[in-house]
Ligand binder design. Structure first.
Ligand SMILES: [Zn+2]
Length: 204
């Protein structure tokens, strides 16, 4: 369960020791004492990001799946299964990681490594941006390249909304590249080599 106000489940939990139980099965409620450490429990909305099933010996008994224990006796294997839905995981990450401008993907979950934004009008610069896309791809980066013929403002807005964790900006006014971290919009002016060196640390 992941704590989030968009969650459809209610969880009774202890902030002090991390004890938690779904409200449907919990014997305690908000304001009661934690059964493990005695701190006051709270009730939070949560999203079910994954689930666990204790299958016990139901299937192993039917299949004849056994193991030999320390006393040399044959016993049915105790089974469990664990599920994480990818669609649900994406929704949970988006609910948990965003700001007023849109999604903020983490380096581990971003659908692309780099969102390349060509804001240049100059022909030479445009060619450089195309080459930059090829060079980054050759270095092994997944690049989403925005070369649409629309305003700067619209490109920057869309990039924030989509939320790829690194934005790389080519513009007429700078010979260097502007690297923007989506999380907090921290900006740096860097050379191509410096960009590669920095981002390889996150993706390799
Ligand atoms: Zn506790």
């Amino acid at each position: 369960m992941v704590k989030n106000k968009a969650g459809e489940d209610l969880t009774i939990l202890c902030e002090k020791c991390a004890w938690a139980q779904n409200k449907e099965i919990a014997k305690q409620g908000a304001g009661d004492k934690c059964p493990k450490c005695g701190a006051v429990l709270t009730e939070e909305k949560t999203v079910e990001a994954g689930n666990i099933f204790n299958l016990g010996t139901e299937y192993s008994a039917k299949m004849g799946l056994k193991f030999t224990d320390k006393d040399g006796k044959q016993k049915d294997v105790i089974m469990g299964c664990y599920g994480i839905g990818l669609g649900r995981a994406m929704g949970t990450i988006v609910e948990a990681s965003n700001d007023k401008d849109g999604i903020v993907w983490t380096a581990a979950t971003s659908p692309y490594h780099i969102h390349l934004l060509n804001l240049a009008k100059d022909d030479k610069k445009n060619k450089q941006a195309d080459e930059l896309y090829e060079k980054l791809a050759k270095k092994g980066f997944d690049v989403l390249y925005d070369d649409r013929d629309i305003s700067f403002g619209k490109k920057l807005k869309d990039a924030d909304l989509i939320g790829i964790c690194w934005q790389l900006i080519v513009s007429d006014k700078n010979d260097q590249l502007e690297l923007v971290e989506r999380d907090g919009h921290k900006k740096e002016m860097l050379s191509f080599e410096e960009v590669v060196k920095k981002l390889e640390k996150y993706y390799k």
